[in-house]
Design a protein around this ligand. Structure first.
Ligand code: GLN
Length: 539
């Protein structure tokens, strides 16, 4: 766009409660702007004192998303990539700890020449630098600020972005996402918590340009009137976001509300004609009830928080829509399979074993892989899921004590063993093999057929790898090592040579899947599941 020599910034804050869908709202604003021909970048500022998301417990924090350049980030980065269909980098995910660590290292190196180092201005201007860097080259840079306004941790970030609005007049806009609870006994929506949160934001010196109202159901007009009155902003600037049947409807809802014009006017931009057809097609694909349903068992070990497997499930859903079937997936508790055996898996048309860490539930995963192998049941093993398929194959070929050294350091037959240079780093942050790595696929393999190529790049997050010393055992059980690193040292993909679809990858293909363009490995699983189901229906 010719009239945007300088990047504009949209800051998205949240009020009332966490878990509002602020990430989806921010990503959807990005999607709508992109549909208008605007070059958009996105960034999450996380208030935790952690340096990155790598060591956070997935049970509490949900999935750890990995960028192509190997940053371990919050799951909101996944929303940004899926909604904008872009690959972002470590610049797009900043946690407090990372900024503080750099600041303190600078102080130790004498950089401040004896000055006091303070939250304002040192930390705040450091935050500004991170924001400016991530936004470089974009027309609009959207920054989501983690946490809830009023949290002690978010103060420095809010102060930094308030100052940015002063430093860059006319180039910063604010969106505040609030929650309006419904009280069923009095049948009323209550705006008081939202009013309080808008007041808190004003107290910090930030006046929102737009307030997005999240609620459990459709909101009556009086809610808009009250938010407008107490927030001191025009009614057109209050956008209602009741729960949607699919998250991919949110860009459409935002577009229809016309809020884009609030940004364009403020920023003095002339957008292109909107291209919303992609979103309408996606909404239709995601909400249609299809004739057939495939049943996929997802063998999981972190069952108390489904967000742990967010990108995996989004990839499975996208594959089902692409093949025009309904997806019915069950969480299968790996520990229950360990205790009660794998017999219950016969009800599924396909199995997916995702990534994970630690020893809990691993024997259950091995049992699932073995069941799929022996029963021609489609199987996709991702990272840990591939490693456990290798353990299952080695045991099937007679190496009964085959195991991963993640479970048994010093094991006699470590078919999965620690990568060179990783010893002793097992509990340290940022030390896994992370981000994009190439893989060369064997000609004539299932992997080649699925990818349609012999040279691929996928994102990684692992410390252990397949031990090629035992290749003869894997092959005896029918497994072939069908993808390797270019120097042949690391095994990247495995597959069963006498099976409709038994495939594993050391990487995390789910991160590159898109709602309208499912990753080929997930698409392959769903296609194989459909074939299996049709066969069993006619049997
Ligand atoms: N725990 C395994 C490893 O470190 C698998 C990792 C994963 O599934 N992401 O190699």
């Amino acid at each position: 766009m010719g009239n945007t020599q300088k990047t504009r910034y949209i800051f998205v804050t949240g009020g009332v409660i966490s878990g509002l869908g602020k990430g989806i709202t921010a990503a959807s604003i990005g999607a709508v702007l992109k549909a208008r021909g605007i070059k958009v970048s996105m960034q999450k500022l996380d208030v935790y004192l952690n340096v990155d998301a790598g060591l956070l417990n997935p049970r509490e924090h949900g999935e750890c998303f990995v960028t192509k350049d190997g940053a371990e980030t919050d799951l909101d980065l996944g929303h940004y990539e899926r909604f904008l269909d872009e690959e972002f980098t470590s610049d797009s995910s900043v946690m407090s700890g990372r900024i503080l660590l750099n600041l303190i290292n600078a102080e130790r190196s004498g950089y401040f020449r004896g000055d006091d180092v303070q939250i304002v201005p040192h930390l705040t201007s450091e935050i500004e630098k991170y924001v400016m860097k991530a936004g470089e080259g974009s027309d609009i840079h959207i920054v989501e600020i983690g946490g809830t306004v009023g949290d002690i941790e978010s103060d420095a970030f809010l102060e930094a972005v308030r100052q940015m609005a002063l430093n860059h007049p006319g180039r910063c806009a604010f969106v505040h996402v609030v929650y309006v609870p419904y009280i069923s006994t009095s049948k009323e929506f209550k705006t008081k918590p939202a009013q309080n949160s808008m007041r808190d934001l004003r107290g910090i010196g930030i006046m929102p340009d737009i307030v997005a109202v999240r609620a459990e159901g459709p909101l009556p007009d009086y809610v808009r009137d009250k938010i407008s009155l107490f927030g001191g902003l025009p009614k057109e600037a209050v956008v209602m976001l009741p729960n949607a049947d699919t998250v991919y409807r949110v860009p459409r809802t935002l577009y229809d509300s016309g809020i884009g014009w609030i940004f364009f006017k403020k920023f003095g931009m002339t957008p292109k004609e909107p291209a919303m057809a992609k979103w309408d097609k996606l909404i239709e694909a995601a909400t249609t009830k299809y004739k057939d349903t495939v049943r996929i068992g997802v063998i999981a070990k972190y069952l108390d928080n489904e967000d742990t497997y967010l990108s995996v499930i989004e990839a499975l859903r996208a594959a089902a829509w692409h093949n025009q079937v309904n997806l019915a997936f069950d969480w299968v508790d790996a520990e229950k399979i360990e205790k009660h055996g794998a017999g219950s898996l016969s009800q599924y048309d396909g199995l997916l074993v995702p990534g994970g860490f630690g020893s809990r539930g691993l024997e259950g995963m091995v049992a699932c892989a073995r069941y799929a192998m022996d029963n021609q049941l489609p199987y996709l093993g991702i990272c840990l899921g591939m490693q456990m398929a290798v353990v299952a194959a080695a045991r099937k070929a007679g190496l009964e004590d085959a195991i991963s050294s993640e479970v048994q350091p010093g094991a006699k037959h470590p078919v999965i063993y620690i990568m060179a240079g990783q010893e002793g780093k097992e509990s340290t942050g940022g030390t896994l093999r992370l981000g994009n790595y190439p893989c060369v696929i064997q000609k004539g393999s299932l992997a080649e057929k699925v990818y349609g190529s012999t040279d691929i790049i996928e994102r990684h997050r692992h410390r252990y790898e397949v031990n090629q010393k035992y290749t003869e055992y894997y092959e005896k059980a029918g497994l072939s090592l069908s993808g390797k690193s270019p120097n042949g040292k690391l095994v990247e993909m495995i597959e069963h040579t006498n099976h409709p679809y038994f495939i594993g990858t050391q990487a995390h293909p789910e991160f590159k899947s898109r709602p309208d363009r499912p990753h080929v490995l997930f698409d392959g699983l769903v296609k194989a599941a459909i074939v299996r189901q049709q066969k069993s229906a006619t049997a």
